[in-house]
Design a protein around this ligand. Structure first.
Ligand SMILES: O=C(O)CCC(=O)C(=O)O
Length: 286
C-alpha cells in the first residue's frame, strides 16, 4: 500500500470520508466532460411533495457509454478501494449526477441500509464521486456528518452537516455507512457534474444488477479486469459460478450459439426486403 493510499484509507476509517483533490489531470477531466456531455444533457429533475425539486441521476452508465471504462480501472482509485474494503470488491453501480439550478438537497441517508447488519460494522460499501465541476456550497457539494459511519442510531434530518467542497477533477470517497446527502443547488446557472462509482464487497448483492443491466455484447468486449470488476469472477471459493466456472464463459457460449440464429434472422429480413422491392417494381410498371 502506498503512503497516499494508507493516509486516505485511515481518513475514511476515522471520519467516514476523504477527498483526493487532484485525482484527474486536466486532459482526463476535459475528455470525460466531452464524452459524457450527451449523458449530462439528458439529466433532468423531478418534483415531489415530500422532497421538492430533486435531480434525477442517470444510472447503469456502463450500458450507455464507454467513456468511463478506463476511469473504473484507474490504479489509484482501485488501490484506494482495496485499502478500505480489502481485495475482494466489485462495482455496485455507476451513475452520472448533475444537480442543476433550483434542485433541492437530498434527505440525509446512508448507502448501506440494503444490508440488514447491525451498526456499527466494518465497511461494506465505498461510494465515490469524481467531480467534473468544482463542488461548492452553492452548487450542491455533498454534505456529510463526519464520523457518523460509526453511529449506531439513525440521525434526524436536521443534524448539522459539513459541505465537502473540492475542485473539478477531485475525488470524494466515503464509507457507505456515513450519513450524507447531495447538497441543494442555489445557483442560477451552475451545474455540479460528477461520476458516481459505488463499490461493495464482492460477496454482497450489487445495488444495480450489472448482469442484466450491461448487455452481453458489451460485456464480452470489455477488458477482463473490467468484466471482473462488475462481477464476472468467482468470489470466496466459487460464489457466483455457473457450472463451476466464471459466468463470463456462459455469456460467451450463449452469444456464440446465438450467432447462427441472428444470421437466419438476417436472411429472413433479406427475403422480406427482396419481396417488398419486387412488389414496388411491379407497382411502378403498372
Ligand atoms: O450527489 C451527491 O452529492 C450524493 C448523492 C447521493 O448520496 C445519493 O444519490 O445517494
Amino acid at each position: 500500500m502506498t503512503s497516499q493510499i494508507e493516509h486516505i484509507a485511515q481518513q475514511v476509517e476515522k471520519s467516514g470520508y476523504a477527498v483526493v483533490p487532484d485525482f484527474l489531470d486536466k486532459d482526463r477531466l476535459r475528455q470525460l466532460c466531452r464524452e459524457l456531455q450527451p449523458i449530462f444533457d439528458a439529466v433532468g429533475s423531478r418534483e415531489s411533495e415530500k422532497f421538492g425539486r430533486q435531480t434525477i441521476h442517470t444510472h447503469n452508465l456502463l450500458a450507455k457509454t464507454r467513456a468511463v471504462d478506463e476511469l473504473l480501472l484507474d490504479s489509484l482509485l482501485l488501490g484506494l478501494i482495496e485499502g478500505i474494503l480489502g481485495p475482494d470488491f466489485q462495482v455496485s453501480g455507476v451513475a452520472a449526477m448533475r444537480p442543476g439550478p433550483g434542485d433541492q438537497r437530498q434527505h440525509l441517508h446512508t448507502d448501506d441500509g440494503h444490508y440488514p447488519i447491525p451498526r456499527p460494522h466494518p465497511p461494506l460499501i465505498v461510494n465515490t464521486l469524481i467531480a467534473l465541476d468544482p463542488f461548492t456550497l452553492k452548487n450542491g457539494a455533498t454534505e456529510v456528518v463526519p464520523g457518523s459511519h460509526r453511529f449506531k442510531e439513525r440521525l434526524e434530518q436536521d443534524t448539522e452537516t459539513v459541505g465537502v467542497e473540492m475542485p473539478a477533477g477531485g475525488l470524494l470517497l466515503w464509507d457507505g455507512a456515513l450519513w450524507h446527502r447531495g447538497g441543494g443547488n442555489s445557483t442560477l446557472d451552475s451545474y455540479r457534474r460528477s461520476i458516481n462509482v459505488n463499490f461493495n464487497l464482492a460477496w454482497l448483492k450489487q445495488r444495480e444488477n450489472q448482469f442484466v443491466g450491461v448487455p452481453p455484447e458489451v460485456v464480452v468486449a470489455m477488458p477482463e479486469p473490467l468484466q471482473a470488476l462488475i462481477g464476472y469472477k468467482l468470489t470466496n471459493f466459487g460464489l457466483g459460478s455457473v457450472d463451476y466456472q466464471n459466468p463470463i464463459e456462459t455469456v460467451k457460449r450463449r452469444l456464440s450459439e446465438r450467432a447462427p440464429q441472428s444470421e437466419s434472422a438476417a436472411s429472413v429480413g433479406n427475403i422480406v426486403t427482396d419481396h417488398r422491392n419486387k412488389l414496388r417494381e411491379e407497382i411502378d410498371t403498372l
